[in-house]
Write a protein that binds this ligand. Structure first.
Ligand code: NAP
Length: 233
């Protein structure tokens, strides 16, 4: 697809991977709507990168339907949905709480799926659409203290495969991106971005991977793409 003149929604576009991806798409001629929970941070990011701010918390699934409808009618078309908003909770089996499971699954699985579902009639009607789900290498392999997060990303990987099976016949491309560690504000309660480190991935590397995957001619798509740092040790 051509990024130029396309319209994209990036959930969680106010920080980190989402913000870098929104910026790269905008720099390449797309109109980009970003969402986030913190309104002030969202509006600041939007004005910084030239995006359109839309204050949607993806866990607010009983209320976001009219806002998504409004977005579609206002902008005429949506070509790309980047399901990037995600959170983590970490702890060892023995110390886990239902709150950790509920908050992480509400965002990374339930909210993500129900948000996507609201855009589906639009994609099906147009017989085109691009859904990019941001999972993680935690979707491929479990690790100590990763029960809640890894389970949510395994679930996202499973849902992605189901949507690929359901949506190919509608010319809707569904892609999964699995970044390894990226120096962002992820899992930081103060929401402060981590300093760049030479041997770890930055948000911009993930943004480039997403853009490259999208740019393939519409006759094909990359079902799953994993991104590793070359030498993180
Ligand atoms: N950083 C890593 O090492 C890494 C590695 C692999 C995969 N990932 C995945 O990449 C995605 C982005 O991570 P990141 O590192 O860029 O995280 P981040 O820096 O914490 O940014 C997350 C973004 O999502 C928004 N957000 C969180 N919950 C939301 C909700 N319920 N509704 C709407 N927006 C919400 C945040 O804004 P507000 O806080 O204002 O809502 C922020 O804009 C996540 O899905 C994460 O699991 C990250």
């Amino acid at each position: 697809m051509n990024i130029k003149n396309s319209t994209a929604i990036v959930t969680g576009g106010s920080l980190g991977i989402g913000k870098a991806t929104a910026k790269l798409l905008i720099d390449n001629g797309a109109k980009v709507i970003i969402t986030g929970r913190n309104k002030e941070r969202l509006e600041l990011a939007a004005s910084e990168i030239g995006a359109i701010a839309c204050h949607i918390d993806i866990t607010d699934y009983n209320n976001f339907k009219p806002t998504i409808k409004e977005l579609i009618s206002k902008h005429g078309k949506i070509d790309i949905l980047i399901n990037n908003a995600g959170i983590g909770a970490f702890g060892e089996l023995g110390d886990l709480t239902i709150d950790q499971f509920e908050s992480v699954f509400n965002t990374n699985v339930f909210g993500l799926a129900l948000f996507t579902q609201e855009l589906l009639p639009h994609f099906k009607e147009r017989k085109s659409g691009n859904i990019v789900n941001i999972a993680s290498t935690a979707a491929l392999k479990g690790f100590a203290h990763g029960t809640v997060y890894s389970a949510s990303k395994f679930a996202l990987r499973g849902m992605t495969q189901c949507w690929q099976a359901e949506l190919r016949k509608h010319n809707i491309r569904v892609m999964l991106i699995n970044p390894s560690e990226v120096t962002t504000a992820f899992a930081n309660a103060e929401r402060k971005e981590r300093a760049e480190v030479d041997n770890k991935l930055r948000s911009v590397e993930i943004a480039h991977s997403i853009k490259s995957a999208l740019e393939m001619d519409d006759r094909g798509f990359i079902p799953e793409l994993t991104v590793w740092a070359t030498n993180p040790f």
